[in-house]
Design a protein around this ligand. Sequence first.
Ligand code: ARG
Length: 461
Amino acid sequence: MQSKSLPAGKAWGGRFAQATAPSAERFTTSFPFDQRLYREDIAASIVHCRMLAKQKIIPRQDAKQIISGLKQIEKEFEQGTFPASPSDEDIHMAVERRLYELVGSVAGKLHTARSRNDQVAVDLRLYLRREARKIDHEIRKLQKVLASVARKELKTVMPGFTHLQPAQPVLLAHHLLAYAFMLQRDRERLLGQFGRMNTLPLGSGALAGTTFPVDREWVARQLGFTSIHENSMDAVSDRDFVAEFLFFAALVGVHLSRLAEDFIFWANPLLGFVELPERFSTGSSMMPQKQNPDVFELIRAKCGRLFGNLINLLTVLKGLPMAYNRDLQEDKEPVFDSVDTLNTALPVLSEMLPKIRFCRARMAEAARHGYLLATEVADYLTSRGVPFREAHEIVGRMVRFCVEKQKRLEDLSLEEFRSFSSRFEQDVYDWLTPEAAIARRRAPGGTAESNIARQLRRLGL
Ligand code: ARG
């Protein structure tokens, strides 16, 4: 008769005369969170099992039984009927325990030439590989949204800021595409990590490798990995790929938070550059007039957890002795959290951005105040032969004069202009509109309209 449960209740029970304390069980279990890896765990187990049969390490008939059990377990997870047990240490033990219940003692052959240490490493790589592709897709979607808004607002003029002080006029499209480039580099970063993420640790055993004639290259191909880990100790303890991903996620968070901050600023009624869609705003329980930019604020705040997850993992990894240590179990929650955060933040941004109304008149009007054209006047003088530093000095004095007289530079008469420099001619006025200032910035990378098309081409958008 086949035994229907693991020896002594645990896969490693043989060594132990006493049962684990319930408090220790509760403290050490990872099943509540790592059950998210069930698909990857089962997929890797099925390939591992096929390989064992192919290499004649276990009989083909046994492999068949094991695989049919594994498929049934996958169904149970999918239907939410998987019967979890409080003593399940992690997803791997839960699946194996259930496999025993379903197919009997032949289940015990699955773990031949394998350890949970290489098993968990392969699961996490498979998981992150899938999620990375999804996130890349979401970032691309957001880039496309930015591009389509940029196209719609191709002529919208606004003040550009440095130090959050009015600086020079720019096109809104130019401002928005700056984010598309940040996101492009994020995608390149992710792609760069992909090769390092996509290697097979399975076959490394607990730390020293395996005595069985496994075919790791075959397993790698079946699971879509591009290569195998060449060092078993590295394979079971390497979490570089997780750290890289968490850094990537943190940096995406930085970029999204900057974008969010811009919109929060623009939505301030004192500025009135944008009107946020009501369906993506909230009110105040006390102040009836409020329309608050909560979605953007939360996107800005999500950096807290995204940075925290990176620091969390780096701290766990620091000083870990070779090779596997249970500490590594703490790698999962930060990954899941960063994945979830990006998977919610990116789509809501993509959905909300096209519904934002840009108040073109307000933006254009704002670009006419705050001496944003001072650089134009300096450039004008420079183009008439005045050394730039001297021109800067002259225009500085002109701005000071205008501040005192409460005038704009373009309001000065030609006489007044000439009282500062004899190089000024009537044509200086042609330079003194935000539109002209923008159009003149044709050098590659500048805010001129012709460069917007070039940027969109570069980004393939
Ligand atoms: N739950 C463990 C983890 O996430 C799986 C590996 C456990 N291995 C061990 N030897 N205790 O890391």
